[in-house]
Design a protein around this ligand. Structure first.
Ligand code: NAD
Ligand code: UDP
Ligand code: UDP
Length: 320
């Protein structure tokens, strides 16, 4: 049994990770300030005596004794991370600094949830880890992209200067149950719009691509990365290489929900990447042949089932 700290543990990915780590027989401390996370995501875990919930901002120093740290605290959807860009930067940079200081003090191994956004609007396709990226340092996405890039730098400097055992994963678009229905990301937006009979909002012409990974595949990769040999620091891409356009995604959502919603076109946000697909050769090589197992259409159906319950609960609440 290990004692493991998960920052951002009440969020979408963090909640799945906490559950998985508990199932493996670990003690889990979940640190979250509930900015985009939700107690509901982890409500089932609260009965477990080996689960502890701490309301704390990761930008504030935090002292505890742990064996491993997964650093996930950071808003992830463009709508949320652009709401208060200075706070987003503080969360990425000061959050990483505090968690690295903690890891150094207690000699814990620490994993950083970095992102495909470090590649910006990529000019190399698909993106391997040795691509340095194409990022606008002063645009609307910069607080997130540059914050995550700076966090990676801090991780490597603590590794080189203080021999902290670091692990960096670059997560590509991930979806699944426990996504915040209002967080503005494309999968949750399209599903909620379809289920509520609202228009489906396609930004731009809908021909931009993304590669969507089901959350269970990511969590498997994260845990394998954390427990891989110390010499393998990453950064390593974790994503599903199947690339689709936003139009294809919208059509699948309409088909699986049976919705009659119409597609409407809205302006493409500034600096919106045109295409994104991970090269996962490194993960396969170092993480015991890791690769995504869940086909995007199957994952989409499971996610729709989750959102159907959310919508039903909302309707029932409004009726009382
Ligand atoms: P999320 O918004 O659901 O979860 C983030 C969690 O961090 C929330 O519970 C939030 O309340 C918490 N948080 C935010 N700021 C905090 C602060 N200052 N102090 C303490 N807690 C704070 O997002 P997610 O999709 O679960 O993302 C988790 C991590 O994975 C993030 O670091 C994100 O950048 C990274 N990531 C996610 C994706 C994706 O597609 N979901 C892709 C790339 C990287
Ligand atoms: N820190 C923390 N918990 C710890 C140890 C350190 O939050 O258990 C914070 C500490 O407050 C500092 C940061 O991590 O802001 C970096 O710590 P480090 O010891 O590397 O640097 P220093 O304190 O010497 O600036
Ligand atoms: N998008 C869209 N309609 C929406 C929300 C997003 O067409 O209602 C597009 C967005 O412009 C982007 C893609 O879907 O091209 C993925 O957006 P998301 O915010 O989910 O993630 P990111 O841009 O960070 O990959």
């Amino acid at each position: 049994m290990k004692r493991i700290l998960v920052t951002g543990g009440a969020g979408f990915i963090g909640s799945h990770l906490c559950k998985r780590l508990l199932e493996q027989g670990n003690e889990v401390i979940c640190l979250d300030n509930y900015f985009t996370g939700n107690k509901q995501n982890i409500i089932d875990l609260l009965e477990n005596p080996f689960f502890e919930l701490v309301r704390q901002d990761v930008t504030t120093p935090y002292f505890i004794e742990v064996d491993q740290i997964y650093n996930l605290a950071c808003p992830a959807s463009p709508v949320h991370y652009q709401y208060n860009p200075v706070k987003t930067l503080k969360t990425s940079v000061l959050g990483a600094l505090n968690m690295l200081g903690l890891a150094k003090r207690v000699k814990a191994r620490i994993l950083q949830a970095s992102t495909s956004e470090v590649y910006g609007d990529p000019q190399v396709h698909p993106q391997p880890e040795n691509y340095w990226g194409h990022v606008n340092p002063i645009g609307p996405r910069s607080c997130y992209d540059e914050g995550k890039r700076c966090a990676e730098t801090l991780f490597f400097d603590y590794y080189k200067q203080n021999q902290v055992e670091i692990k960096i994963i670059r997560i590509f678009n991930t979806y699944g149950p426990n996504m915040n229905p209002n967080d503005g990301r494309v999968v949750s937006n399209f599903i909620m719009q379809a289920l509520e009979g609202r228009d489906i909002t396609i930004y731009g012409d809908g021909m931009q691509t993304r590669s969507f990974q089901y959350v269970d595949d990511l969590v498997e990769g994260m845990v394998r990365m954390m427990n891989s040999p110390a010499a393998f620091t990453g950064p390593v891409n974790l994503g599903n290489p199947t690339e689709i356009t936003m139009i294809e995604l919208a059509e699948a959502v309409l088909e699986f929900t049976g919705s009659a919603s119409k597609l409407i076109f809205k302006p493409l946000p500034q600096d919106d990447p045109k295409q994104r697909r991970p090269d996962i050769a490194l993960a396969k090589k170092h993480l015991d042949n890791w690769q995504p197992e869940v086909n995007w259409k199957d994952g989409l159906k499971r996610t729709i089932a989750y959102f159907e319950n959310i919508v039903a609960a909302k309707v029932a609440k409004e009726a009382t």
